[in-house]
Design a protein around this ligand. Structure first.
Ligand code: AMP
Length: 527
């Protein structure tokens, strides 16, 4: 006898919204719109609206910020067996043209704020037949044509549900095609205490767009526990802080740049964080100083690592056993690393030949991941993205510590190769932003006649600060090896960011391709 005798229940995400409707129907979903207005719905109404939508849909794309209409369009598109393509409006126009054609989208739901972009791209988009604006009355009209007497399509749990393109640094963006099952398992993982720690009592405000790796999976995890969901189209610190207070937000998540702005605002205004007790920081390395700032205000920080290809959560840092016996400094060091894997995820590091490297906390290697919510193959690509054993090469360089934590040391293409050794650009940057008066920093490798590459550190001062090069060097010398000291520090007004809010090292390398390090000039001078 092979099979057991339990019930068949495919892991399809529509059961998430069914559950929220049945068990947490009155729990609110709040939308803070770009024009400052606030609208309210709840899980019961959202589920009914999603069913109405499902009746009139086809292959759907969205070009929108976070709000309840966007949320119901997800469940509606997927509920009728469709694939939802969340387009990142911050991609370049030619990339936007490419991905909608590549995905063969038929209906596009978009925010009024992106109307101009839509008009510009209409001639390029070959497959889109219907355009529906979310916030000018068209969406309401679209919905009014149908009732909510609809049953979700029932089919295989491995069916595709969503398509998210990663902004590749070379070539065209690549599509990651999520499934019901992968998304459901990711949601079950995400709500657990050591990851996002969500429950029916939580009020969660994701400050990460729904088009970027599904707002880190929060719109799937929220109905699973029936928490209150607060969605905002506007990420300005004041707007966020107002929502923290008016909606009683307990949990939030965002990239370090978002929190930098927020910290600045809070420091200036003296406002408090309300009921906020849990913050997840990820997408880029969370600086130690930022983690410390939240801890001092009683907020628990989870430091997460992941990528579009991992749905996106790969690791999250939460207190381990023995936490209470750790010193303050040890606790901070622990959270400053990128956390440990939840059940379902596996990591290893390998050398350039693919040989597994020790988990000793000192050896760095190429980080590989595998698990049920890790990409196997990019959309419409013939070759596999993972090897025969399902290991997917993340393109990150990391060390694995004996305590189970993972520490990102760099992107494989961003490490600074000096005299055959690696300097971690991330560690230099993190260390530099620990200097009071430094708002943001970026380290890139500049060609050097003797060492191959040496670091150049670019620094943005905080408003009103006149922090000096010497102050930065003094701080760095306490925290990094001497040979890691940048060969030059330049102050700049701002730094370029990618479509997903990360420092754009590619743009910086381009901008500084002719830069001559003083050390290199010296050498030439000395002959
Ligand atoms: P994306 O697919 O756009 O979300 O980008 C994923 C990449 O962001 C990863 O491969 C990492 O290079 C970077 N990343 C994400 N989280 C972290 C983190 N906590 N620390 C450092 N880098 C991170």
């Amino acid at each position: 006898m092979k099979l057991g005798a339990m019930q068949d229940w495919p892991l399809r995400v529509t059961s998430l919204v069914d559950h929220a409707e049945q068990e947490h129907g009155a729990r609110e979903i709040v939308s803070a719109w770009g024009d400052g207005s606030i609208t309210r719905t709840n899980w019961r109404a959202a589920a009914a609206q999603a069913r109405r939508m499902a009746k009139g849909l086809d292959r759907v794309a969205t070009l929108a910020m976070n709000h309840a209409h966007h949320l119901t369009s997800w469940y509606g598109a997927i509920g009728m067996g469709g694939v939802l393509h969340t387009i990142n409006p911050r991609l370049f126009a030619d990339q936007l043209a490419y991905i909608a054609n590549h995905a063969e989208d038929r209906v596009l739901f978009y925010d009024k704020a992106f109307a101009q972009l839509v008009e510009q791209l209409k001639p390029e988009w070959k497959t889109i037949e219907h355009y529906v604006c979310f916030d000018n009355g068209e969406f309401a009209e679209w919905l009014s044509a149908e009732d909510d007497d609809y049953r979700w399509v029932e089919a295989d749990e491995r069916d595709s549900i969503g398509l998210c393109y990663t902004s590749g640094t070379t070539g065209n963006p690549k599509g990651v095609l999520y499934e019901h099952r992968s998304t459901m398992l990711h949601a079950l993982m995400e709500v657990t205490p050591d990851v996002f720690d969500l429950s029916a009592r939580a009020v969660v405000l994701p400050i990460v767009p729904m088009f970027h790796a599904n707002a880190w999976g929060v719109p799937w995890a929220a109905p699973l526990v029936g928490c209150k969901l607060v969605l905002s189209a506007d990420y300005r610190p004041q707007q966020m802080c107002d929502l923290f207070h008016s909606e009683g937000v307990t949990h939030s998540a965002g990239v370090p740049t978002i929190w930098l702005g927020m910290i600045d605002y809070i420091e200036q205004t003296g406002i408090d964080l309300g009921s906020l007790g849990n913050v997840t920081i990820g997408g880029s390395a969370a600086p130690r100083a930022m983690i410390d700032w939240f801890r001092k205000r009683g907020v628990k920080v989870g430091h997460a690592w992941g990528m579009t290809e991992t749905s996106p959560i790969g690791t999250c840092g939460a207190p381990p056993a023995g936490w209470d016996e750790m010193t303050d400094g040890e606790q901070l060091d622990y959270i400053a690393r990128q956390g440990r894997v939840p059940f379902g995820m596996q990591l290893r590091i390998v050398d350039d030949e693919g040989q597994e490297l020790p988990r000793d906390g000192m050896t760095s290697g190429r980080l590989q991941a595998r698990g049920p919510w890790v990409v196997k193959r990019y959309f419409k690509e013939a070759s596999e993205a993972a090897n025969a054993d399902n290991w997917f090469d993340t393109g990150d360089v990391a060390a694995l510590h004996p305590d189970g934590t993972m520490q990102i040391t760099d992107r494989a293409k961003d490490v600074i190769k000096s005299g055959g050794e690696w300097i971690s650009s991330i560690e230099l940057e993190n260390c530099a932003v620990g200097v009071p008066g430094v708002a943001e920093a970026a380290a890139i490798g500049i060609a050097h006649p003797k060492w191959d590459e040496r670091p150049l550190l670019l620094v943005v001062r905080s408003a009103g600060s006149d922090v000096s090069e010497q102050a930065i060097r003094d701080h760095l010398s306490c925290h990094i090896a001497k040979w890691w000291q940048p060969d030059a520090i330049e102050f700049v007004d701002d730094l370029p960011h990618t479509a997903t809010g990360k420092l754009s090292k590619k743009t910086l390398r381009e901008q500084f391709k002719d830069y001559r390090l003083p050390t290199a000039v010296d050498m030439v001078g000395r002959g």
